[in-house]
Design a protein around this ligand. Structure first.
Ligand code: LHQ
Length: 269
């Protein structure tokens, strides 16, 4: 029997579904634009860890229920805690762990950005490997509008996509990018009609889940490291990882399939 939507994450506010190698985590607090409470953040982290552990999961999708991807931190939660909240502790205990988990899980992670992604919600979308956006989706920097600095990796990701000046201006003006603008800037891989987002995201995730999972994971590891290093480092590290990928069953299958002029049957091993 399939897991109940909240049983893997421990909360219905982040629902987990699994089929055909693809795990989908859905932010599910639509009346509040899927703004993150503590319970949601812990549920998301739990869901990501479960995806990491489960070898049957070979691609991961993050998306939102209703008209938002997620509006980032629930601001009423922050206000309720008043000066009792350590922003630093909160970030370290939740968002920073989530961003690290997204970048370190050695499986492709796709954000199906169904609506607005604001504040740390946009950062979470930026930390995924691939972004598909509905035509009506938006990326809202939000932080500056509430007197905060960009967090959850935003200062790392956005200047890499936009360059320093455009990223700084966006944060300083509380600006937003439409899906089309995000696509033009290279943030979003594909913009699709709203009604097609779920199917298009599932189709891409399904395709990736049938791929050579180990090689896809090692590719991510190499690109994470190359983003911060020199060409010499990248060359050394690629050679190191290729030694690992070259010993996988999927590599053997890929070569056999090529030589036998047939599609490969990858198993993720
Ligand atoms: C919300 C929220 C929300 C609560 C919509 N909270 N209720 C990390 C660590 C520590 C501290 C602080 O922050 C962080 C990281 C961050 O993420 S900071 C940035 C937090 N996010 C924002 O500032 C975004 C605030 N939301 C918005 O700007 C708008 O709601 C957006 C642009 C997302 C959507 O606008 P609309 O489509 O016009 O929808 P709406 O504003 O009417 O929202 C619908 C409901 O959702 C509404 O509730 P209500 O009871 O009045 O119907 C909003 O209050 C609620 N909601 N975002 N973050």
């Amino acid at each position: 029997m399939a897991d109940a939507p909240g049983s893997v994450t421990g909360s219905d506010t982040v629902q987990y579904a699994f089929a055909d190698g693809v795990a989908t985590l859905t932010f599910n607090r639509p009346d509040k634009m899927n703004a993150f409470t503590d319970a949601m953040l812990h549920a998301l982290l739990k869901g990501l860890r479960a995806c990491e552990r489960d070898a049957a999961v070979r691609a991961i999708v993050l998306t939102g229920a209703g008209r938002a991807f997620t509006a980032g931190q629930d601001l009423s939660d922050v206000q309720d805690r008043g000066h009792g909240l350590s922003f630093k502790d909160h970030l370290e205990a939740t968002y920073n762990k989530i961003i690290r988990a997204l970048r370190s899980v050695e499986k492709p992670v796709i954000a199906g950005v169904n609506g607005v992604a604001a504040g740390a919600g946009a950062s979470i979308a930026f930390a995924c490997d691939i972004r598909l956006a509905a035509e009506s989706a938006k990326f809202a920097t939000a932080f500056g509008l509430v007197g905060l600095v960009p967090d959850s990796g935003a200062t790392w990701f956005l200047p890499r996509f936009l360059g320093y000046a455009r990223a700084y201006e966006l944060y300083a003006t509380g600006g937003r990018l439409t899906a089309a603008e995000a696509h033009a800037a290279g943030i979003v891989n594909h913009v699709v009609p709203d009604a097609e987002l779920a199917d298009r995201t599932a189709a891409l995730a399904g395709q990736l889940a049938n791929g050579p999972t180990k090689a896809f994971g090692l590719t991510k590891r190499a690109m994470n490291r190359a983003a911060a290093g020199s060409l010499d480092d990248a060359l050394d590290y690629e050679a190191h990882l290729q030694q690992i990928a070259g010993l996988t069953a999927d590599h053997g299958e890929g070569v056999r399939a090529f030589l036998e002029k047939r599609p490969p049957r990858f198993t993720g091993t």
